[in-house]
Design a protein around this ligand. Structure first.
Ligand SMILES: [Ca+2]
Length: 406
């Protein structure tokens, strides 16, 4: 499956422009409306047991909607990216190397969490990487939002997300009231995902876990608390200890017709599905679903129960697959054997690292060399494309890399 791609301009700049024009249209009235919204929401919060003192603390100094939330509502990157680009962004030499470093740094703690919850520590490291780049995004103050303000903004301006935002806001207020974290430290993404493992407030209330024993469930500052909270979520949603998430498989001719079907591993083997690493299957009685995330011409995977537990974290197949593949590589297994069906002229992961290094050498790019093409890399590419007289779509390509090699 090739996920729908929209041109960069509508993806990034249009919502910004729209949001900006909305703000410019009537800033004073918008602020007043927002303050009224906060005042009117208090009785709803009070019904959920939120005290006036908690409410005041949560909204101290908040008088305007969060402008960044206005910009970002309406833009969800995961749904606009091709599967191989998504995998490159998340499963690459950088994320594997840092994961293995963290495995060393936090070895005893990870072993303790794995023993307590029965959840594979490499899976927890992969989730940590996926969610916050091993905590790195938490160091970027610009990306951290006051969670009650962000959620109130969403509830106020975004009709589609209002129900979600109101529910999360109540949960966020309960977190403030619990004393686990001071109100001014309740930071998260524009949509309320918080801490090292990016829990939304309702999930935090369900699964938050104090692993370092200081009496607080602190997923913002405590790596043990954050990873134990993820392990708790997976355990409570049915993670089977000691089992994998699935297997990469070579699909026999005609096998793609079975996409989405669930059979036992033994039945798949009888149909001619094999492991590209040449190993046999364990657990022939285990049931598994055939997934081919890049379509009938791409590699296949047999997904076992734990894959579907990973989807409790994020419902996208590509997310759960990236967690599984990254966990395997952090654990020291070789990566995928089969190639994604990339169109001719597009870049593989090695070329992406090279392109970033060259852009950095030439002064177009100042970010991390991580193979990840986020907005910084894409803006740099568009600038170079413009200089070279190419279509400035911001997409990395062989044409661009060759131009920079000269
Ligand atoms: Ca703690």
């Amino acid at each position: 499956m090739t996920l729908p791609i929209r041109p960069l301009l509508t993806r990034v700049f249009l919502p910004v422009a729209l949001a900006a024009s909305l703000l410019q249209a009537a800033p004073a009235r918008a602020d007043e409306g927002f303050r009224n919204w906060i005042a009117k929401f208090y009785p709803v919060a009070a019904q959920a047991g939120i005290t006036k003192a908690t409410y005041r603390a949560a909204f101290a100094g908040v008088s305007e909607p969060d402008p960044d939330v206005l910009k970002k509502a309406g833009f969800q990157p995961e749904f606009h990216t091709k599967v191989w680009d998504y995998m490159d962004n998340h499963v690459n030499p950088y994320t594997v190397r840092i994961g293995q470093q963290m495995l060393k740094n936090y070895g005893p703690m990870l072993n303790a969490i794995e023993r307590h919850f029965g959840v594979d520590k490499h899976i927890l490291l992969a989730i940590w990487s996926m969610e916050s780049n091993y905590g790195q995004i938490l160091e970027n103050e610009e990306r951290l939002h006051n969670v009650p303000r962000a959620l109130a903004t969403l509830a106020y301006i975004d009709a589609k997300r209002a129900k979600f935002a109101r529910t999360q806001l109540i949960a966020a207020l309960k977190i403030v009231q619990s004393g686990d974290i001071p109100a001014q430290d309740l930071k998260g993404s524009w949509a309320g995902a918080m801490g090292h493992t990016q829990f939304i407030p309702t999930s935090y209330l369900l699964y938050g876990f104090d692993a370092d024993g200081d009496g607080h469930r602190n997923i913002w500052k405590s790596v043990p608390d954050a990873l134990a909270t993820s392990a708790n979520l997976l355990m409570k949603n049915g993670w089977t200890p000691g089992k994998t998430w699935g297997y990469e498989i070579a699909v026999p001719p005609g096998g793609a017709a079975y996409r989405g079907k669930t059979l036992t591993i033994g039945q798949w083997a009888q149909l001619g599905f094999t492991r590209p690493n040449g190993k046999g299957f364990k657990n022939p009685g285990e049931r598994a679903m055939l997934k081919m995330p890049a379509g009938p011409d791409g590699p296949g995977f047999l997904m076992t129960k734990n894959f579907f537990v990973l989807k409790k974290y994020n419902a996208a197949d590509t997310y759960a697959l990236a967690v599984g593949l990254l966990a395997d590589e952090i654990a020291g297994y070789p990566g995928m054997r089969q190639a994604w069906p990339r169109p001719e002229g597009s870049l593989g992961i090695k070329e992406k690292f090279e392109l970033q290094s060259r852009m950095k050498e030439l002064g177009y790019y100042s970010g991390e060399i991580d193979g990840k093409f986020g907005s910084g890399s894409k803006a740099a590419i568009a600038t170079i494309q413009q200089r070279l007289g190419l279509q400035p779509d911001g997409e990395p390509s062989m044409q661009l890399l060759n131009a920079l090699r000269q």
